[in-house]
Ligand binder design. Sequence first.
Ligand SMILES: Nc1nc2c(ncn2[C@@H]2O[C@H](COP(=O)(O)OP(=O)(O)O)[C@@H](O)[C@H]2O)c(=O)[nH]1
Ligand SMILES: [Mg+2]
Length: 406
Amino acid sequence: MQGSDDGILGRGYGRDGGDDGGSNVVLSIIIPTYNESENIPHLLRSIRDSIQLLLKQLDARAEIIIVDDDSPDGTADVAESNSTHITDEARLSVKILRRYGRRGLLSAVLDGLKNAKGSNVVVMDADLSHPPPLIPTMLDELIQDRCDLVIASRYVDGGSVENWSMKRKALSVSANMIARMILNLNVKDAVSGFFACKRWVLEGIEFTTSGYKILLEVLVKVNNIRVKEIPYTFVNRSHGKSKFSTKIAIDYLRAVWLLYRYGRKKRREERRGSVLFLSRAARFYTVGASGLLVNYGTASLANSLLANVHIATLTGILCSITSNFILNKLWTFEDTDLAVMYTLKQYSYYMGLSSVGGALQFLLTHLLSQIYGMNYNLALLIAIGLASMWNFLSNKKWTFKERIWG
Ligand SMILES: Nc1nc2c(ncn2[C@@H]2O[C@H](COP(=O)(O)OP(=O)(O)O)[C@@H](O)[C@H]2O)c(=O)[nH]1
Ligand SMILES: [Mg+2]
């Protein structure tokens, strides 16, 4: 890839021609191209016509990022000359990213993403199979925050495919079925090349496959996002040739396999996370029980030595908190950082959080037994349970700097 200084021709936003700064760019449309010179002029016009009203309503800007792999048919030059006609200084710009000595759909999209300024991103093909008039609907879903990812789907009700040979149809349907089954995906069109999402969705992913279908990797790797599918009709290209090939089909299967292994590893780690959580909790409560003994033993020893019940009780409490802290640090949370200042800081956190736990227990017992009239022993049990849970979770998170879960 060329460096962005000499590789990208910017048709800039704003009056200073080139400073797009990133402000108020609501949408980046990333389009990988290879030998699409016949499609590009119509595509650019169609995108502009489709989104200009929405951009005006939103008072926002959009950018089209074309990522071309030095197409022999001069796609990048055609795009550049046509971009002049559709650029609207206030609303729409076109960036052309020219890559030399590289090929690949996924990497092209990722390079486009690196240059994207929009808070939302659309990924689409250049061959007009993906209808630009759908873009405002997709963007609206994101802007209204109804979801984080919108898939333009051929396989939900209302979606379809036009002018595909039986062979192409069979290939697409089986590629989709393989992915959905093996990767356990809950969407109808997991291999759509046309989708929109909030930019952070893509930025949070470490892409590792060189697969043809970026959406697959997104669906497998991203957690807890809201996905919506909206129907569209895929129209087969009328100009240029599909780059689909046997090599791409093999790459696709390899990507599915890698993503399957990724999912399996993640599930294992999650299982390990729950085991770790339970073992930490078991240790924490064991330490708590040992604290009762320390508390009792040191308090009665102090009382027999000093003959002062208040000092004796305080000694018991302090000794048990201290021994609990030491055991929890070394055993429960296996924290081997023994630096003095750091440990003292942890100790003060531990005391503070445990005091909050004590106060919680006190208040809850009072609330349940005195105000709600619950049996005192039951109220005490509930309050101790909740307070000890607080002690465990808050110390796990803040004193020993672990995630709550795992
Ligand atoms: N930059 C870049 N774009 C590519 C490459 N291969 C395909 N494309 C583009 O990716 C999109 C999808 O490719 P296409 O040939 O239409 O695949 P099909 O829709 O599966 O038949 C089109 O816009 C292509 O021009 C590539 O190696 N590099
Ligand atoms: Mg295509």
